[in-house]
Design a binder for this molecule. Structure first.
Ligand SMILES: *Cc1c(COP(=O)(O)O)cnc(C)c1O
Length: 487
């Protein structure tokens, strides 16, 4: 094979240039007076030296080694990227939005403020809460903000003894992390055999030292908490508050509202359920909504409407303060606003119908071959177990997830939630057609066949990707994030 080696930064050649910078038009002396001496670079930066096409090819090749939602089915589960219409990208890039500067002041930002105000109103309506802050920059950030609001509420009432937050054993990992970061002790609550919060366990754990409970509904098993109003009664009965993790909202859009279920605080992930693409840690948005009694504690500033003008409301003495610079990730807000308007109320309800229909259809196709520990109607996702395959041929869920890549699919979330052994969590989302779901189910069933006939083949999968089995621990602990010239 005489294929040219892929271009990479390692092909750096001294003196090669991709672009020529204009000559410096600031006197060196002036620079020296503006910047502290120790911050001035004495030696040229050690950068790879490549031509323009080399760099373009390097990044294009990198992008082709990846899997993308625009390329194939991506049934991740829990953190799934849902529908991201391309037209909303155009809306976010409109110069009036994209070039707005946060320091230009309310007077010159009326359009942006109106968008924020109206988005707040829409999210308030969709969630059934009394008010929303758009400030938090991610889901976990929204959780932290929400828990700070709960803490501020109890303290304001002089109730200092509440030091615990209850979290079910199916919860997303960020929930206990956020509660702990806010200074609370985390107490785990078990699930019952149907996958609901175990009410007896909850009654036992709930006392006057519990500040609140964090739940998601549907929970991370993809199941609707059937006894949610009892949960609310038990927690409220002892003076606690209910926090709703609304990261994945597509199953209930336009159908039920956390506010009506009895929740006091909620966050949404606009970068999952409301049109912003996510992954790779890109900008997100985790608005926080609260019920009437918690309104005074929302972060400052809020946007309010006075006549036909919009302004920032900074005068909120009980507020938990500011949780992010300026007003959140504005571009994400534009996409969510465009999404809600273009879908309309009926369109949003249809999202919920199709998300739930797709998940149940796929679950029905797969439950003959794979163990389904909680066999009941699911919402937007469901959790299978690879235990049958693991016990018979020694093929793990990890192996089967890897093998899916050879069929052109992104693997689902695995080994989460923790309550399911060899868990495989699948969320098809509302956008997929029946044909895609059929081919995916067939692929997983072929892998199950293969696991019996040729376990070694599955254990060494994938066989068709650029990287087969990376050392994930080393990748996390010793990441190579910078190019360095070889000595
Ligand atoms: C994604 C997700 C989160 C965290 O959101 P980030 O934006 O990644 O911080 C929290 N809870 C659930 C259920 C999620 O799926």
């Amino acid at each position: 094979m005489n294929r040219l080696e892929p271009v990479s930064f390692d092909t750096s050649v001294p003196g090669r240039r991709g672009c020529v910078l204009p000559p410096l038009d600031v006197a060196e002396k002036a620079v020296a007076s503006l910047l502290p001496g120790e911050m001035l670079r004495r030696e040229p930066a050690c950068l790879p030296e490549l031509s323009e096409v080399d760099v373009v090819r390097h990044f294009t090749r990198l992008s082709q080694k990846n899997f993308a939602v625009d390329e194939g089915f991506y049934p991740l589960g829990s953190c799934t990227m849902k529908y991201n219409p391309k037209c909303n990208e155009d809306a976010a890039r409109l110069p009036g939005f994209a070039l707005a500067h946060p320091l230009q002041g309310a007077e010159f930002s009326q359009g942006a403020l109106r968008l924020m105000y109206e988005l707040t109103e829409m999210l308030t309506e969709i969630t059934g809460m009394a008010g929303v802050s758009l400030q938090p920059a991610a889901g976990a950030h929204g959780e932290l903000t929400g828990i700070m609001i709960i803490r501020a509420y109890h303290r304001h009432r002089g109730d200092e003894k509440r030091t615990k937050i209850l979290i079910p054993d199916t919860a997303h990992g960020t929930n206990p992390a956020s509660a702990a970061l806010a200074g609370y002790d985390v107490v785990e609550v078990a699930s019952d055999r149907r996958g609901n919060v175990d009410l007896d366990a909850l009654r036992e754990a709930m006392d006057d030292r519990v500040a609140g409970i964090m739940l998601t509904n549907p929970n991370t098993l993809g199941l609707f908490e059937e006894t949610i109003t009892d949960v609310a009664d038990i927690v409220h009965g002892k003076g606690g508050l209910l926090y709703y993790d609304g990261a994945n909202f597509n199953a209930i859009l336009g159908k039920v509202r956390p506010g009506d279920m009895g929740f006091d605080v909620i966050h949404l992930n606009l970068h999952k359920s409301f049109s912003t693409p996510h992954g790779g840690g890109g900008p997100g948005s985790g608005p926080v909504g609260v019920g009437e009694t918690l309104l005074p504690f929302l972060p400052v500033p809020l946007v309010r409407k006075c006549g036909d003008r919009y302004e920032f409301d900074e005068d909120r003495p009980l507020s938990v303060g500011k949780v992010r610079s300026f007003y959140g990730n504005f571009g994400v807000l534009v996409r969510a606003y465009a999404y809600i308007l273009s879908m309309g109320a009926e369109g949003l309800r249809e999202v919920a119908h199709n998300a739930v229909l797709n998940a149940n259809y796929l679950m029905a196709l797969l439950k003959e071959r794979f163990l389904l520990p909680y066999d009941r109607t699911c919402k937007h996702e469901f959790v299978l177990s690879g235990k049958r395959q693991h016990d018979s041929g020694g093929v793990s869920t990890l192996d089967m997830a890897k093998a899916l890549m050879d069929y052109g699919f992104h693997p689902p979330t695995i080994y989460f939630p923790l309550v399911v052994e060899e868990a495989m969590m699948i969320e098809p989302t509302e956008t997929e057609g029946k044909e895609t779901l059929d081919v995916f189910a067939k692929a997983l069933c072929s892998i199950a066949d293969e696991a019996e006939k040729n376990p070694e083949g599955v254990k060494t999968a994938p066989h068709s990707t650029f990287v087969a089995r990376p050392d994930e621990t080393a990748a996390a602990r010793k990441p190579v994030l910078r190019w360095r010239r070889e000595e």
